[in-house]
Design a protein around this ligand. Structure first.
Ligand code: NDP
Ligand code: ZN
Length: 354
């Protein structure tokens, strides 16, 4: 038995979106079925559609920032009831047995099942399809509870942009008075700024445009640096405790490494196309010794729930622009993200899907 679904799919690399009908696995005993109300556009979706990270399979329904309402539950489900709000991020299942799963780090499980562009080995290798669609079924363990009081149209981006920045900021132990840099001030970056400001850090934002200077100040940053103007970078070496890079394109990582104080840390979440992947040569790490560099992938399920509750309680949300669920609107939104024209996340109103 399967669940009929429809969405917007890309049929070939870099290509156009088209309406697409497909089947999902039906609600199992431990599963919930969600009617998707909102799905937002992460730059990762665009990397996949463009083939920036290697081979992809099509048709592909992107989308791993999902918010909706539970419409059916399996007989063993305890975490949700019909009518509850639920969110889904980048993953829908994992082995549940390995040391990473047991530690709440499911994203590092070797059997993790991603929300789209993946094979679901727990469901006969079904091709997973994402959130630009009308519904989704998944095990209740990978769905996130959304408080009924949350501002639902702004919740979806928290499921990837929120957790991907919250997690490394916590991992790095950012605290009151720390000097924090956020490189790349887009969907992820503007969440990072809000979390770091809330924790009491002094935040400096780095981007490649003048257009977002006021936005950074409004969100509580003390400084905004347009890295295309080298004069604005003066005096920043050896000044930061932590810098988070969310940059999705080619850049010089040593610019930021040099800004770290002794014991400072650089977290990297932005994943540029393979063809232009930046590198940190060993000599740079040694000349800038006793600083630590780490990469980070989203965050585990427990931490994602913690992030969502924290965001709702502190009124930390993305700034969003709502668009209809049409191929034209999504294609236009992709173009605007690539052109640096989005402030700060496009959210697709999936209720408008024809
Ligand atoms: P956005 O496009 O919304 O934001 C990227 C921002 O970086 C834009 O503001 C852009 O500038 C800016 N930027 C581009 N080049 C530079 C540069 N050289 N220096 C400084 N800023 C620059 O993307 P997202 O926030 O959605 O995603 C960011 C990256 O994070 C992507 O590569 C994505 O795949 C990755 N990602 C990683 C995850 C993980 O788990 N590690 C999870 C989710 C996403 P402009 O103002 O011109 O737009
Ligand atoms: Zn994402």
């Amino acid at each position: 038995k399967t669940l009929p679904a429809k969405g917007l799919a890309v049929v070939a690399i870099g290509g156009k979106f088209k309406p697409f009908e497909f089947q999902r696995h039906a609600v199992g005993d431990n599963d919930i079925q969600i009617d998707i109300l909102y799905a937002s556009i992460c730059h990762s979706d665009i990397h996949h559609v463009k083939g920036d990270w290697g081979k992809e399979e099509f048709p592909m329904v992107p989308g791993h920032e999902i918010a909706g309402k539970v419409v059916a539950i399996g007989k063993n489900v305890t975490k949700f009831k019909v009518g509850d709000l639920a969110g889904v991020g980048c993953m829908v299942n994992s082995c549940g047995q390995c040391e990473y799963c047991k530690a709440g780090l499911e994203q590092y499980c070797k059997d993790v099942v991603l929300t789209y562009h993946d094979k679901d080995q727990f469901h006969n290798n079904e091709t997973t399809q994402g959130g630009y669609s009308n519904n989704i079924t998944l095990t209740e363990g990978f769905a996130i509870k959304i408080p009924a009081t949350a501002d639902l149209k702004k919740v979806a981006p928290l499921l990837c942009a929120g957790i991907t920045t919250y997690s490394p900021i916590r991992y790095a132990g950012v605290k009151k008075g720390d000097k924090v840099g956020v490189a790349g001030f887009g969907g992820l970056g503007h969440m990072a700024v809000q979390y770091a400001v809330k924790l009491g850090a002094e935040v400096t934002v780095f981007d490649i445009t003048e257009d977002k200077r006021k936005d950074a100040k409004r969100m509580g940053a003390i400084r905004y640096v347009n890295v295309n103007d080298s004069a604005q970078l003066k005096g920043l070496d050896n000044s930061l405790n932590f810098v988070l890079s969310t940059i999705p394109a080619s850049y010089e990582p040593n610019t930021y490494l040099k800004m770290l104080k002794i014991d400072g840390q650089m977290g990297i979440v932005g994943l540029p196309p393979y063809a232009v992947m930046p590198n940190i040569p060993i000599d740079k790490l040694i000349w800038q010794g006793n600083r630590k560099v780490f990469g980070s992938q989203i965050g585990g399920i427990k931490e994602t729930q913690e992030m969502l509750d924290y965001s709702a309680a502190n009124n930390i949300y993305p700034e969003v622009e709502i668009i209809p669920a049409t191929a034209t609107a999504v294609e236009n939104a992709y173009k605007n993200v690539l052109d640096g024209k989005v402030k700060f996340r496009y959210v697709i109103d999936m209720k408008t899907l024809k």
